[in-house]
Ligand binder design. Structure first.
Ligand SMILES: Nc1ncnc2c1ncn2[C@@H]1O[C@H](COP(=O)(O)OP(=O)(O)OP(=O)(O)O)[C@@H](O)[C@H]1O
Length: 313
């Protein structure tokens, strides 16, 4: 899959401002960004359900605007909102979806069973969708979108709204799909999802790509290995951050970021950060923080450093 200068305008509003993507066969590629970044708009252009304003697009060597049906035959699409038929059973949803692709019943009957097994839904195969949990519905949408054995699987926010256990079950299924050779392209605003699943990703904000690479490359390039989060109190974080900022480049602290509720210090070694902060507290330069926490840097830090904002409001 290759996109160059992909743009989407709604009237005067530029939702996607010219993005380039190269998704390699067999990889899991992610679009990571906050709500409103233009991820769904991009996915809809790739899926051929929304016309692009400008740019070039090639999926399996075909431009979807030249031959939509040929492209769709190779695509699996999981939209952000479940669009299952609540009155039908899990199995019937797969069978009917398969009929849209013109697939014969002789193929669909065993295929539906295989997909229900893959989605861990055999016990619910003949239950109405209305009786399934949120996680089960999501797995069913995924199973259904696999009915045509797609080479490229597009998933828009696959785990939004699911509880942690349901998310992990779903990640496991997606990981298995990748192991089988399916190319995955997903959008997410969860940094842990991107880190768990994606081989490579782009960070998107306000319709533009801010950075691209593997999760490890992005963290190395834009953040550092370790982060110390210090909470000085809502009215003191800004002032503490200004003082700490003066120590950036002292050989320990690489960077300081401030959020309304905390200050983040970045360095290669957590111990060094603790010591540097303690020295400043002992000298009276900054007040003693109410709490501190050290952790490994994540893609959330990459986003914060690039945009000054957090991924999830
Ligand atoms: N049909 C539309 N008409 C006008 N503006 C739109 C339309 N669809 C999306 N937008 C706007 O385009 C921007 C990008 O929306 P999009 O849904 O692609 O973002 P997103 O990154 O997928 O976020 P979310 O996860 O919240 O859907 C938003 O500001 C949104 O309000």
């Amino acid at each position: 899959m290759r996109a160059r200068g992909l743009r989407k305008q709604y009237g005067e509003f530029h939702a996607v401002k010219g993005i380039d993507l190269d998704v390699r066969p067999g990889e899991c590629f992610g679009l990571l960004g906050p709500n409103g970044a233009g991820k769904s708009t991009t996915m809809r252009m790739l899926a051929g359900t929304s016309q692009r304003t400008a740019g070039e697009l090639s999926i399996m060597g075909i431009d979807p605007e030249d031959d939509g049906p040929a492209v769709r035959a190779h695509l699996g699409v999981v939209p952000q909102q479940d669009n299952l038929d609540e009155e039908l059973t899990a199995r019937e949803n797969i069978l009917i979806y398969g009929r849209y692709f013109g697939l014969p019943y002789s193929y669909l009957k065993p295929k539906a069973q295989e997909l229900l097994e893959f989605a861990q839904l055999t016990e619910k195969a003949d239950a109405k969708v209305a009786d399934l949990s949120g996680g089960m519905k999501r797995r069913l949408v995924i199973a259904r979108a696999l009915v045509n054995e797609p080479a490229l699987f597009l998933l828009d926010e696959p785990t939004t709204g699911l509880d942690p256990q349901a998310r992990h079950t779903l990640w496991d299924r997606l990981y298995r799909l990748k192991e089988r050779g399916t190319t995955l392209l997903l959008t997410t605003h969860y940094m842990d999802e991107a880190e768990q699943l994606c081989d490579r990703l782009v960070v998107v904000d306000a319709g533009e790509i801010m950075a691209a690479g593997t999760p490890a490359e992005l963290i190395r390039e834009h953040a550092s290995r370790e982060v110390l989060e210090a909470r000085f109190g809502t009215d003191r974080n800004e002032a503490a951050a200004r003082t700490l900022q003066a120590h950036v480049g002292d050989g320990v602290v690489h960077r300081v970021e401030v959020l309304p509720d905390r200050v983040l210090l970045y360095a290669e070694r957590a111990d060094d950060l603790q010591h540097a902060l303690q020295r400043l507290v002992d000298d009276g330069a900054v007040p003693a923080p109410a709490t501190t926490l050290t952790r490994r840097a994540s893609l959330e830090d990459v986003f914060l450093i690039l945009t000054g904002r957090t991924l999830v409001d």
